[in-house]
Write a protein that binds this ligand. Structure first.
Ligand code: TPP
Ligand code: SF4
Length: 254
């Protein structure tokens, strides 16, 4: 019998997600849980999801999950990781959640060097509530609360969270990846693995930003959403490693 080259990951429950067509939340879910499976850590991981379209992650990820109030996942994950130092602990947060109501939480968790990993789903908008402006909404981008396009005079400039957090000493690994092409998705998976490996070594706070799509609230088709991400998000949110440990055990830092 031929060896399968691609299988359904044990990291995801066998249910249909209710994400919109063309949404990259599902890809992010898969990358995280597939990586945990490959590390043999599915039964030794605890995820924390707060509010937003990530709120239902417990239905899809075959991992012990905990729910947090809006923006508060880093506080919950800090406590869980401190009492379970043998587990891989992560938060899974949208940009409205993490960069708006939860800004203080994420900044202080990173500054404290809490030894969990945050996966930050940046789709430049509040998805679940119908497309309001987020702190990451781009200048000129239309949303229900910036109907003629965001202006910096009225709403300030979009926040680059990876750059911000990488200035904090407790953050040891910060990388921004994108879910717009197969090549970038492979790089995103490598970043997930690296974050979990660094967490396992107990070096400090680890953070992966996924540039993601929200075709429903951007008002575009799924294919056009990939193009919109590429054309509009990549120039303002450059991909790359913003912070990394000098050297990991047995590995030369990339
Ligand atoms: C304390 C509180 N304030 C506001 C809300 C309403 N609310 C629910 S989801 C959400 C925005 C989520 O957007 P984001 O974090 O970008 O996630 P997405 O849905 O885009 O994945 C808001 C404001 C809430 N549930 N609780
Ligand atoms: S509203 Fe946006 S973020 Fe939420 S599931 Fe739909 S496309 Fe994804």
């Amino acid at each position: 019998m031929a060896t399968p080259v691609f299988e359904y990951t044990k990291g995801m429950h066998r249910v249909d997600t209710n994400f919109c067509p063309g949404c990259t939340h599902g890809i992010a879910h898969r990358l995280i849980t597939e990586t945990l499976d490959e590390m043999g850590m599915l039964g030794n991981a605890i995820g924390v999801a707060p509010i937003g379209c990530s709120v239902q992650a417990h239905k899809f990820m075959n991992v012990d999950m905990c729910e947090a109030a809006h923006g508060r996942a880093p506080a919950v994950a800090s406590g869980i990781r401190r009492v379970h130092p043998d587990k891989l602990v992560y938060t899974y947060q949208g940009d409205g959640d993490l960069a708006s109501i939860g800004t203080a939480e994420i900044v202080h968790a990173a500054a404290r060097g809490e030894k969990f990993t945050t996966f930050f789903i940046n789709n430049c908008i509040y998805g679940m509530t119908g497309g309001q402006m987020a702190p990451t909404t781009l200048i000129g981008q239309k949303s229900t609360t910036s109907q003629d396009g965001r202006t910096k005079e009225q709403a300030g400039n979009p926040i680059r969270v990876s750059e911000l957090l990488s200035t904090l000493d407790g953050a040891v690994y910060v990388e921004r990846v994108a879910l717009n092409t197969p090549a970038n998705i492979r790089k995103a998976k490598a970043a997930v693995r690296r974050a979990f490996e660094i967490q396992r070594q107990g070096l400090g706070f680890t953070f992966i930003e996924f540039l993601s799509t929200c075709p429903t609230n951007w008002g575009v088709t799924p294919p056009d959403a990939m193009k919109w991400l590429t054309d509009n998000m990549l120039p303002y949110y450059p991909l790359g490693v913003y912070k990394q440990p000098e050297k990991q055990d047995g590995e030369v830092a990339k």
